[in-house]
Design a protein around this ligand. Structure first.
Ligand SMILES: NC(=O)c1ccc[n+]([C@@H]2O[C@H](COP(=O)([O-])OP(=O)(O)OC[C@H]3O[C@@H](n4cnc5c(N)ncnc54)[C@H](O)[C@@H]3O)[C@@H](O)[C@H]2O)c1
Length: 249
């Protein structure tokens, strides 16, 4: 018995990093996962390797900031599998840097992917959950959505804080409809994004982390697994820090 047997789950940003780790773990626990991303070649390769290992996965191109992409993906997933049980809003970008160097284009891109993308994911999947009698959402925020990372600039922190409160808003509005929504707040873990932020910021975060190390993506993926599974059936509107103690300091 898998912890997500019979579940159909959409994972955004599934082509690499945490989204890939979540997709692999969920399929190992019995889910049918639809990985969505803009990095098509990588995403197709991840889905193919999951299938080769005996899991159930497919890849679909989707820019999370585009309404039409969400409409198409939700319609296709329901047509193919009859329902949607879960959504992991994981896709995100860094960008902009400190405010005095921050361009409008960078600000708008970070907001579009991290904040609008999460909003659109919930807006388009909730009706599918209602048709199915319920569902669960896991939004990947960050420790930076609780306390900002020195030197990382305002846009990433602002969008991750927005994800935190959007999640709680949805949780209370849909609690009586068997739809749960929770956010995960990782500290630093090892992916391409954690390299993009720059060694000096990355090293400072690790140094400030009581456990003194970065996580592996799989350690974070287990938190998403629990929140999406029935083991968390009375958990909604929660923020789960997976950060080696970073936000406890
Ligand atoms: N890596 C860390 O240390 C860290 C720490 C805290 C939180 N997070 C969060 O964890 C999540 C995953 O991060 P990661 O480190 O795996 O990042 P990553 O950059 O390795 O992966 C992000 C994925 O999102 C995809 N993506 C970007 N823009 C997209 C768009 N418009 N539409 C669809 N997909 C898009 C990328 O192509 C990529 O595959 C993010 O929400 C990130 O903010 C990461």
């Amino acid at each position: 018995m898998g912890r997500l047997d019979q579940r159909v789950v959409i994972v955004t940003g599934g082509s690499r990093g945490l989204g890939e780790a979540i997709s692999r773990l969920f399929t190992q626990e019995g889910a049918q996962v639809v990985l969505c991303d803009v990095r098509d070649e990588l995403g197709k390769a991840v889905a193919a390797s999951i299938v080769e290992a005996g899991g159930r996965a497919s890849y679909r191109h989707m820019d999370v900031s585009k309404v039409a992409d969400w409409q198409a993906v939700v319609a296709e997933v329901e047509a193919s599998f009859g329902k949607i049980d879960g959504l992991v809003n994981n896709a995100a970008v860094l960008g902009g840097g400190p405010i005095l160097e921050h361009t409008m284009e960078a600000w708008e891109h970070v907001v579009a992917v991290n904040q609008t993308g999460t909003f659109l994911g919930m807006k388009h999947c909730i009706p599918a959950f209602q048709r199915n009698g319920g569902g669960a959402i896991v939004n990947i925020s960050s420790c930076a959505g609780i306390k900002p990372t020195p030197g990382a600039g305002p846009s990433y922190a602002a969008t991750k804080a927005a994800v935190r409160l959007m999640t709680k808003s949805i949780a209370i509005d849909f609690a009586k409809q068997n739809i749960r929504a929770n956010s995960v707040h990782p500290g630093r873990f090892q992916t391409d994004m954690s390299l993009e932020i720059g060694a000096s910021i990355s090293d400072a975060v690790t140094e400030a982390t009581p456990m003194g190390r970065a996580a592996s993506p799989r350690e974070v993926a287990y938190a998403a697994l629990w929140l999406l599974s029935d083991e968390a059936s009375f958990v909604t509107g929660a923020e789960l820090c997976v950060d080696g103690g970073l936000t406890a300091v």
